[in-house]
Write a protein that binds this ligand. Structure first.
Ligand SMILES: Nc1ncnc2c1ncn2[C@@H]1O[C@H](COP(=O)(O)OP(=O)(O)OP(=O)(O)O)[C@@H](O)[C@H]1O
Length: 286
C-alpha cells in the first residue's frame, strides 16, 4: 500500500464498493528446460508445467456513489481492465470483495454481437440476451435505433459489413437500452465519430441523472475531462490518485510526458510523489 495512513469512507449512496480487492493471474506454461533431457521430456509430453503469478491489481478500496461517472486512466497494462472485470463479476477477486447494488453492464469494443446477422436482428438478440422480454424488446426497439444513429439500409446489412464505428454505435445503443444502473464503458468511444460522441455524452449524462453510475476507461484525456465528474488513476496495479478529472488527468499527463521523453527516473520519482500523496481508503460499513 502506498501510505501507512488511510481514511474511512462510508458506503452511503454507494452503487459499487471494492473492499481491499486484489487480483493475481496465474499463468501456466510448459517447462522451459532446454537440456537434452528436458527437450526429450517435452517431446514425449512428460514435461512439467510451470506457474507464473502476475499481480495485476494490488488490494484496492473504492466507493462509487449514485450519480458519479468515474474516468479510469493509467498506462497500458496498469490494471484498468482487470478492475472492470472484477466489478462485472467476470473474475473473482483473489483477495477482498466487490459489492454492487446491481450487476454492472460492461460495454466494450468486443462485446458480443453476431457478425453474420443484420443490425435489426442483433438488436433483438442483444436485448433478449440482456434479459428483456419480447414485449420489452419491441418497446425499446425505436429508442435503440435512434440512439445508434444507423439508417434502415445499414440496419438491414449483416454486421460483418459494418465499420468498427458503426458496430460501436449499435453496441452502445443495445447495451444502454436496459437503463443499467451501473454501466462500464471500456474504450468503446474511441471508434465513434463526433456525432456519435455527442450522443454518447448525452446518454451518459442521462444515465447519471437516472441515479446510475458510469465507469469510463479511456486513454483519451479530453474524453475523460468531458464526460466524467471523478477520475481514478491506476498505475502498476495500484490506485495512485482519485479526484477531480481536470486535476487527475493533468497530473497523469505530467507522468506520461516524462516517460515519453524517456526521462524514466524523473517519471518514477514523479509517480512516487503522486503515490505517496494518495490517502488510501478503508471501507466503513456503519
Ligand atoms: N489473462 C491474463 N493472464 C495473465 N496476465 C494478465 C491477463 N490479463 C491481463 N494480465 C496482466 O495484468 C496486468 C494488467 O492488465 P490489464 O489488461 O488490466 O491492463 P490495462 O490497464 O487494462 O491495459 P491497457 O490499457 O493496455 O488495456 C498486465 O500486466 C497484464 O499483462
Amino acid at each position: 500500500m502506498s501510505t501507512t495512513h488511510a481514511i474511512q469512507t462510508a458506503i452511503t449512496d454507494a452503487t459499487v464498493v471494492a473492499d481491499q480487492a486484489s487480483l493475481t493471474y496465474t499463468v501456466r506454461s510448459a517447462s522451459q528446460d532446454n537440456s537434452p533431457r528436458g527437450l526429450r521430456q517435452r517431446i514425449k509430453g512428460l514435461a512439467g508445467v510451470s506457474e507464473q503469478h502476475v499481480e495485476a491489481l494490488k488490494p484496492l478500496s473504492l466507493v462509487v456513489r449514485t450519480g458519479e461517472s468515474v474516468g479510469v486512466i493509467g498506462t497500458n497494462g496498469s490494471g484498468k481492465s482487470t478492475l472492470m472485470k472484477l466489478l462485472t463479476g467476470h473474475l473473482p477477486p483473489t483477495q477482498g470483495a466487490i459489492y454492487a447494488t446491481s450487476t454492472p453492464i460492461m460495454l466494450g469494443v468486443n462485446a458480443a454481437l453476431v457478425r453474420q446477422i443484420s443490425g435489426y436482428d442483433n438488436i433483438t438478440l442483444g436485448c433478449l440476451a440482456m434479459g428483456m422480454t419480447r414485449q420489452q424488446v419491441d418497446e425499446k426497439r425505436e429508442a435503440v435505433i435512434e440512439l445508434s444513429g444507423l439508417d434502415d439500409r445499414a440496419l438491414r446489412l449483416p454486421m460483418k459489413a459494418y465499420s468498427s464505428g458503426m458496430a460501436s454505435r449499435l453496441q452502445f445503443a443495445i447495451a444502454t437500452s436496459m437503463d443499467p444502473e451501473i454501466l462500464i464503458i471500456d474504450e468503446a468511444l474511441n471508434t465513434g465519430d463526433a456525432q456519435f460522441r455527442d450522443r454518447t455524452a448525452a446518454r451518459i449524462t442521462e444515465l447519471r441523472e437516472q441515479a446510475g453510475s458510469v465507469f469510463l476507461v479511456s486513454h483519451s484525456l479530453p474524453t475523460i475531462r468531458e464526460m466524467t465528474n471523478r477520475c481514478i488513476w491506476i498505475q502498476k496495479g495500484e490506485l495512485v490518485m482519485d479526484g477531480d478529472p481536470a486535476e487527475v488527468t493533468k497530473t497523469y499527463h505530467g507522468y506520461t510526458k516524462r516517460m515519453a521523453q524517456k526521462k524514466y527516473e524523473a517519471g518514477a520519482a514523479y509517480l512516487e510523489e503522486v503515490r505517496s500523496a494518495y490517502v488510501s481508503q478503508t471501507v466503513s460499513w456503519v
